[in-house]
Design a protein around this ligand. Structure first.
Ligand SMILES: C[S@@+](CC[C@H](N)C(=O)[O-])C[C@H]1O[C@@H](n2cnc3c(N)ncnc32)[C@H](O)[C@@H]1O
Length: 393
């Protein structure tokens, strides 16, 4: 682990320890959840290390099934080097060749300002290194707390085949495999960053969801995607692909957090750097043909693809320990650590390579963002949008 990583974790542990000690008092945040929260089945951890060890999935021992879906060495990462692009690419013209071995090429990671990025598939502007993986697992914990311990909200019954698209560290896929030991679970991602020791019913594939989906049409009972908004090149196509590979009667569930900083009491000024940050991120991702704002449209895209029984819910995710309600305070505490861990990864490549900003200026901006995230007077939150729908029987 690098010095930077150690620093990040130490700070993270400190913030969670402090904030957990102060938890208590009455409800202050209202959520738009329409279902009562279900008790979380694990003891509440108080440090990031304890969060990690409290996640039982990673302690399950079995040899992994691991495959590479496709790699012709001429992957779509070269999209971003095309002439006329107004931003820089992490990828050179030597990003792959037909003779490169598959395993080697998917791990031929790109580096920028000390962070590591995917080698395979569509260029993704958020790193895949240890710091980011820790953040993904912490965000998973925040999402789980928010949904009362549930991995999904769709009314799934006895699924036989489940796919987690853009699986990240595979934490969601591993946990759902434990919940449904009879089901075959497949998680795919452009980065092979999933653990080696996983339940026997989980497999991971290196695959690019922006390319045609190779899964057998009509073969899955449940498809899940979470936090893929800034990575999907064409959302209507993505949703249509999910529809295509689902069995009749199968469900697709999208879980996306919003990229916004909201404070109902106006405690975050409009000219605060946090507001600039989310605006800049949104603009930058639009410039590269992605969006941070898929959530308002997902239900419409699902309907257009043919899904029925579509339901959509928004939940508040507080940042910081400002809420009085103990659960909201706990979510806010973990989410603050999550955001502090995420700031650099979300910002660095996007600000320097897409927006063309100077490295030193960006480093200072990141410090300022993190400082403002810790401002206890800001009663801020963003939201988590869960949308699911069914392929007609
Ligand atoms: C923000 S992470 C979310 C990971 C996971 N779904 C979760 O919620 O923990 C987005 C993931 O999408 C993956 N990704 C980005 N572009 C992709 C693509 N074109 N095809 C497949 N996966 C992609 C990234 O590598 C990353 O692991």
């Amino acid at each position: 682990m690098s010095t930077k990583e150690q620093g990040s974790s130490a700070e993270a542990e400190k913030v969670v320890s402090e904030t957990t000690e102060k938890a208590g008092a009455s409800q202050a945040v209202e959520t738009s959840a329409q279902q009562p929260p279900v008790p979380v089945p694990v003891p509440v951890p108080v440090t990031v290390t304890e969060v990690a060890t409290a996640i039982p999935s990673l302690q399950t021992a079995a040899e992994p099934t691991y495959t590479i879906a496709i790699d012709d060495g001429e992957g779509p990462q070269t999209d971003y080097t095309s002439s006329g692009s107004d931003y820089d690419s992490l990828y050179g013209s030597d990003s792959g060749s037909a003779t490169t071995s598959l395993t080697e090429s998917v791990k031929n990671y790109k580096y920028h300002n000390g962070r590591r990025y995917n080698a395979y598939g569509t260029q993704y502007f958020i790193p895949n290194d240890d710091v980011q993986q820790e953040q993904l697992d912490l965000f998973h914990h925040v999402f789980l707390l928010r949904l009362g311990g549930k991995l999904f909200l769709a009314p799934i019954e006895e699924p036989q085949k489940i796919m987690d698209v853009g699986t990240g560290t595979g934490i969601w896929a591993i946990q759902i495999a434990e919940d449904f030991p009879e089901a075959a679970v497949m998680g795919n991602d452009v980065s092979p960053i999933q653990p080696n020791w996983v339940p026997p019913n989980v497999a991971f594939e290196v695959d690019d969801f922006n390319e045609p989906w190779l899964q057998t049409p009509g073969s899955y009972d449940f498809i899940h995607s979470r936090d893929c908004h800034a990575a999907v090149s064409n959302w209507p196509d993505f949703v249509r692909n999910a529809f295509h590979v689902l069995k009749p009667g199968g469900w697709y569930e999208s879980q996306e957090h919003t990229v916004e900083i909201t404070a109902d009491d106006g405690s975050v000024p409009e000219d605060n750097i946090l507001k600039d940050w989310v605006r800049d991120l949104s603009d930058a991702f639009e410039r590269i043909g992605k969006t941070c704002h898929a959530h308002p449209h997902i239900d419409k895209w699902m309907e257009e693809a043919g899904f029925v029984n579509i339901k959509k819910q928004y939940f508040k995710l507080p940042i910081g320990t400002w809420p009085k309600d103990p659960l909201e305070k706990e979510i806010g505490a973990f989410n603050l650590v999550n955001m502090l861990d995420a700031t650099e990864g979300f910002t660095n490549a996007v600000y320097t390579r897409v927006l063309g900003r100077d490295n030193e200026v960006v480093a200072q901006t990141i410090k300022d963002i993190r400082k403002n995230l810790k401002n206890k007077n800001f009663h801020m939150y963003f939201r988590f949008c869960v949308t699911y729908g069914q392929k007609p029987e």
